[in-house]
Ligand binder design. Structure first.
Ligand SMILES: C[C@H](O)[C@@H](O)[C@@H](O)C(=O)CO
Length: 467
């Protein structure tokens, strides 16, 4: 959960402040207790009733590296205290008012908010009873979004290989990334992967046995052999080790066409990097985009930092108009976690088939096939319109069907690749006319609130669809 600073702003008249202290404390304490009960780490800056305490308290809260600072209004509060506190607060600001009408808390928030507007200081206003679950959830969403955005700053993206197959949407401007998101890009030649993945590896043998034990491997003696699976696993180990050595926070692998023509596909590596486990047990998700898709990876990393879960990377492959359902089908991998979304890898891998790679990829290896488990999902993608970032956002529902229908649907595209059948809250015409890339990303649940806030904090316009 996130770290939230709370300062309760008061009246600058000494006698009024003295009279109201108990009232403010009771509201602010109830508010902070509710935030703590929701799992947040709350840093309290006390009550602000003078100009000097406004600055000092805000500086002290900011020094605790809070993700967001709440200025709390239970009573009428002198607005210049808010202005001074805001000036001493570099991070995002929430103005929260108690709606108890015995004291003019709302008035205090509106006067303070108006003053911040006059100096162009961005803030969000919220109101309600101090422990109202809706209010606490909203503050929590702002805090997690701010924590996610903050965690991007100072992070490094590992770009293995460059632009794949002329895919402009996979390439972003590194200056823009640093300026807008604080993310650095480390370029790593795919030769380094090949060099490391060439020799034998006992660890890769263990990985192959684990996959053979828990998934269904369709060896064909040609495109898919135990040797090729081990080679794909050595690619995984190479990225894992390079990420550790160079302190990479998230990555992307070009693969096509060099690796896929002459070495092996990166599908097994990408699936396992995105998974929260491998044969050694639970591990951190290392967000990894297929085709070294930079904006895709950035979207995934943001979504991952909000949810803590793996993030789906998929091609928008087909729309079934008769069902109003999309086939989101990547060219060879979705993280295996999406197969059942279980914490137990065996439950997910029981749904996974490793098929010989199809004609696109003569070097062979396994594609990681499964059907994504059903449920509510949030789909998003950062893309650029005329150089400006925007976040396209829509709610969806992944669906599963009976075996015969599933077979029929997957056979219309590429059955050997993984599929997520998605009903999206947007007309196909709108999506196909406006979506800014070939890749889309998804996480479980309705996370639109956090993503909207995150986009705002990153200076990114949200283009949200619903019917
Ligand atoms: C088979 C192609 O080479 C695929 O890689 C292509 O459909 C994509 O995945 C594009 O995102």
């Amino acid at each position: 959960m996130a770290r939230i600073g709370v300062l309760a702003v008061s009246d600058g008249r000494d006698h009024v402040h003295r009279r109201n202290t108990g009232f403010i404390r009771s509201k602010a304490d109830e508010f902070t207790a509710a935030l703590t009960a929701a799992g947040h780490d709350v840093v309290t800056g006390g009550l602000v009733a003078t100009n000097t305490t406004a600055t000092a308290a805000a500086r002290s809260v900011a020094a605790s590296s809070v993700d967001v600072t709440v200025l709390y209004y239970a009573v009428w509060a002198f607005p210049h205290f808010t202005m001074l506190a805001a000036d001493a607060t570099p991070g995002p600001l929430l103005l929260v008012a108690s709606t108890d009408p015995t004291e003019p808390g709302l008035v205090g928030m509106l006067a303070a908010g108006g003053a911040l507007d006059q100096i162009g200081r961005a803030h969000t206003r919220l109101w309600g009873a101090p422990s109202d679950p809706g209010l606490i959830a909203e503050v929590g969403a702002h805090a997690s979004a701010a924590a996610a955005v903050g965690s991007l700053r100072g992070s490094t993206f590992g770009r293995f290989g460059g632009r794949p197959m002329g895919m402009n949407t996979a390439v972003a401007n590194t200056d823009q990334w640093m300026r807008q998101f604080g993310v650095d890009v480390e370029e790593i030649d795919q030769y380094e992967l090949v060099r490391r993945a060439e020799g034998p590896s006992a660890e890769a043998v263990s990985g192959r046995k684990w996959l053979e034990e828990h998934a269904t491997v369709h060896y064909d003696g040609d495109r898919l052999t135990p040797e090729l699976v081990e080679r794909q696993l050595r690619l995984y180990l190479a990225v894992r080790d390079i990420a550790a050595e160079r302190h990479l926070d998230f990555s992307g692998i070009k693969a096509q066409p060099e690796l896929t023509e002459h070495f092996a596909t990166a599908d097994v590596a990408e699936a396992l990097l995105n998974d929260p486990y491998d044969w050694n047990g639970p591990k951190a998700v290392h967000v990894t985009a297929t085709e070294a898709d930079m904006d895709g990876a950035l979207t995934m990393q943001l979504m991952h930092r909000i949810t803590g879960t793996p993030v789906l990377f998929a091609d928008v492959r087909h729309y079934h108009p008769d069902r109003d359902v999309w086939d989101l089908c990547n060219s060879g991998q979705h993280a295996t976690w999406f197969a059942a979304r279980s914490e137990d890898p065996a439950e997910n891998l029981a749904q996974v088939h490793l098929y010989p790679e199809v004609f696109f990829f003569p070097a062979g290896g396994a594609s990681v096939q499964h059907i994504a488990a059903p449920g509510r999902m949030t789909l998003a993608r950062l893309s650029r319109l005329d150089g400006e970032y925007r976040m396209q956002l829509v709610l969806g529902e992944f669906e599963n069907y009976d075996a015969r229908t599933t077979r029929e649907l997957v056979s219309r595209s590429t059955p050997e690749w993984p599929h997520a059948f998605a009903r999206l809250d947007v007309a196909a015409e709108t999506f196909l006319s406006r979506f800014g890339a070939n890749h889309v990303h998804a996480v479980p649940g309705d996370r639109r609130r956090e993503l909207r806030v995150a986009a705002g904090l990153m200076g990114v316009r949200v283009e949200e669809w619903s019917r």
